[in-house]
Design a protein around this ligand. Structure first.
Ligand code: SF4
Length: 87
């Protein structure tokens, strides 16, 4: 978790990822060589009590790197597209 950005957010201190190496949540890719780390990070997120808060923040912030709230950057881009108001 990137503590520099999120110390003001209360949910950050409850994240399951705090017990793991932060690099696990920033794999080199979502598939291929980084696929195993991505899968493990997503599994940890599934156990996290603040997953919804984390995912909501990452989508709103446009976080473009890492696993947040159990999602990859590609999945969050899709969510932002789906949640964007129709023009
Ligand atoms: S959902 Fe995942 S990235 Fe977000 S705080 Fe929980 S464990 Fe960390």
């Amino acid at each position: 978790m990137n503590r520099l950005y999120h110390d003001s957010e209360d949910w950050v201190n409850q994240g399951a990822c705090r017990q793991y190496d932060p690099e696990l949540f920033f794999p080199v890719s979502s598939t291929g060589i980084g696929g195993a780390d991505t899968a493990l990070a997503k599994a940890i997120c599934r156990t996290c009590v603040v997953r919804q808060e984390c995912l909501s923040w990452a989508v709103r912030a446009g976080e473009s790197h890492g696993v947040w709230g159990g999602t990859t950057p590609e999945e969050r881009r899709y969510l932002r597209t789906e949640l964007a108001p129709a023009s």
